[in-house]
Design a protein around this ligand. Structure first.
Ligand SMILES: C[S@@+](CC[C@H](N)C(=O)[O-])C[C@H]1O[C@@H](n2cnc3c(N)ncnc32)[C@H](O)[C@@H]1O
Length: 585
């Protein structure tokens, strides 16, 4: 298979780049420590022998074979609580307030840049009331020293941007003439960040329409575009042109995104007062990129299970310490903290499996297995089904779903949890694409020959199932921020699966409503009328999403339709509040 063989070669490439980086940290870092005598003064010396860096394609990348190989850090031997796992000399740490940034950011301290900086500042003053991103430099009297003093966003983004640009532009895929001590580190970074929201393709965005995540990601992408256009593009293009670099603005924009993702997804906040050579005294919490330390993954659960954290030793290095015993071969994990899932999605492309305060569907202590209603399929259902399982959505490699609906009339099950699903499939190793408790209900065909024990509880389909699906659909936009991602899948897979889930649920809703002639009836439990699906063409009033699930109408005027509460709220604020005329009945 071509996909997997190219996957393997990029896996090996990344592994080699990481080995070069380890080598660099050991040799360059040690030399620098010896040069300034710090290794003797300090009880801790550079250590890299307790952990190993392992590349794998399946940790974050799910089913996407072409995705960037993921790296994880594992204990070489058993490690005791309190032990130091790895130490990285300060000389190898990139930080906005670190004087060694000069080394890396030679492009940024080029006097030629000052001209652009000044022009930009002047322009900014004339045209904008917003905070001038270059403000911090104005305070810096030492011209040309550290151009982007205190501005990680600018300093590192610009720097990475230029280097990444050069890497991509150069034929051999190396950093070419961009001589920097940090070359090895930059090369060890992933070549792309597909799982992060900024890198989702237009096609994927199209598929995600209707989820709250779609709105969030559009907003973020717009912000990034604005940033790029207002702060970076002109400066860099001019700079690179002056340097006679080949400039491809598309590539630059991509590189800019790459730089943002590199920084955002692997930044550590450290106390800058502890950087002995720091030029910043008043500032604390300097943001840094620590080579190799930043290869440590976030725990899929929240903090209690995580087993390492970052420490600093003034003036010497950054260290990682075990917060509990770690067995040989175990993955070393950080806690990314109690940040919102939206931030997780944006910065890391995944969210932890467990989170607090998640709205669960416990109210619906329903069915384990529902006997299949005799579905009446409509042409539209078939088309939707096909579009969901077509090649376009390669990420959805759930073979069971392609059998849906089974032509031989095999019954379907409506399952409550993955454990149940696994039980029914009769296999421990079997895993559906979408897992765990947010995807409470999934459908799949039950084949008779896999030895599964299935307890079929007869249910009267019809209104009760409609209510159940209705409830679930209604909940979906509100739980989007609480996505739970199965291990081995990334956020995109999960979202696509969520879309699939939504589609399936709405297809069932429709099929059941038709079969049991529920349209126009009033629900015995909720008292609401079962209304026909809003047509695909019309879609959500706000985001225009043409969903096949039943869209909710405004309860007062019933004239506008929304895919979820987010859009409804937005429309209300945007003027529907004034326009809404209550209708009777
Ligand atoms: C600090 S880096 C960790 C090293 C990274 N895995 C690599 O290959 O270089 C953060 C990135 O790793 C990935 N990542 C970290 N922890 C993860 C997890 N628990 N599940 C999935 N992806 C994770 C995310 O893509 C995130 O943006």
């Amino acid at each position: 298979m071509t996909a997997s063989s190219s996957g393997t070669s990029s896996l090996e490439e990344r592994q080699r780049a990481i080995e070069r980086c380890i080598d660099w940290v050991e040799t360059y870092g040690r030399r620098r420590m010896e040069d300034d005598g710090s290794s003797q003064d300090h009880p801790h010396v550079l250590k890299l022998d307790r952990i190993q860096f392992i590349t794998t394609t399946d940790a974050s990348t799910g089913t996407d074979k072409n995705a960037t190989p993921m790296v994880g850090v594992f204990a070489k031997d058993s490690i005791r609580k309190g032990d130091t796992l790895v130490t990285i000399p300060e000389a190898c740490v990139l930080s906005e307030s670190h004087p060694l940034l000069k080394d890396l950011a030679s492009v940024c301290i080029d006097p030629a840049m000052k001209v652009y900086r000044d022009n930009l500042t002047a322009q900014w003053k004339q045209t904008s009331n917003t905070r001038n991103p270059w403000n911090s430099f104005e305070k810096d009297q030492t011209q040309g020293r550290v151009f982007c003093q205190d501005e990680l966003r600018l300093a590192l983004q610009l720097t990475l941007l230029v280097y990444v640009h050069r890497v991509k532009a150069s034929i051999g895929g190396t950093l070419g003439d961009a001589a920097t001590h940090f070359k090895s580190y930059l090369e060890a970074l992933p070549p792309s960040y597909e799982s992060l929201i900024f890198h989702w393709t237009d096609e994927e965005m199209e598929i995600l329409k209707g989820t709250a995540c779609h709105a969030v990601s559009l907003r973020l992408r717009r912000e990034v575009e604005d940033n790029w256009e207002q702060s970076f593009a002109s400066v860099l293009l001019e700079y690179l042109q002056q340097k006679q670099d080949k400039v491809d603005s598309t590539l630059l924009k991509e590189s800019y995104l790459h730089a943002i993702c590199s920084i955002y997804s692997r930044m550590h906040s450290l106390d800058s007062a502890n950087f002995a050579s720091s030029t910043v005294t008043a500032e604390t919490n300097t943001r840094t990129l620590c080579p190799l330390v930043d290869m440590i993954n976030g725990d899929k659960e929240y903090s209690p299970r995580c087993n390492a954290h970052v420490l600093q030793y003034p003036g010497i290095h950054v260290a990682v310490q075990a917060t509990r015993d770690i067995a040989k071969g175990d993955e070393v994990l950080f806690s990314y903290g109690q940040i919102s899932n939206q931030v997780f999605v944006t910065k890391f492309g995944f969210v932890p499996l467990t989170s607090t305060g998640k709205p669960l569907m416990d109210e619906l202590d329903v069915v384990h297995v529902v006997p299949p209603p005799k579905l009446v399929w409509e042409k539209g259902d078939e088309r939707r089904w096909k579009s969901l399982t077509s090649d376009k959505n390669k990420v959805l490699e759930w073979r069971h779903l392609t059998e849906f609906p089974p032509e031989d009339g095999t019954p379907f099950a409506f399952m409550r949890s993955t454990t149940d699903m696994a039980k029914v499939r009769g296999s421990e190793s079997w895993r559906p694409v979408y897992l765990n408790n947010l995807h409470l209900y999934a459908m799949f065909s039950l084949s008779n020959d896999d030895g599964a024990e299935v307890v079929v509880e007869p249910w009267e389909p019809g209104s009760i199932i409609l209510d159940m699906i209705d409830y679930r659909l209604e909940q979906m936009p509100t739980v989007t921020d609480d996505l739970a991602i199965a291990s081995g899948t990334n956020i995109k897979t999960a979202l696509l699966c969520r879309m699939l889930e939504r589609e399936i649920l709405s297809m069932w809703w429709h099929a059941i409503a038709k079969q049991y002639e529920c349209y126009g009836e009033t629900s015995p439990t909720t008292g609401k009328k079962y209304l026909p699906l809003r047509s695909q063409k019309e879609g959500c009033t706000v985001c225009q999403t043409a969903f096949s699930c039943p869209l909710k109408s405004c309860t007062r005027c019933k004239a506008v339709f929304y895919c979820g509460r987010g859009c409804q709220k937005e429309d209300w604020k945007a003027g529907h509040k004034e326009a809404c005329q209550p209708v009777s009945g």
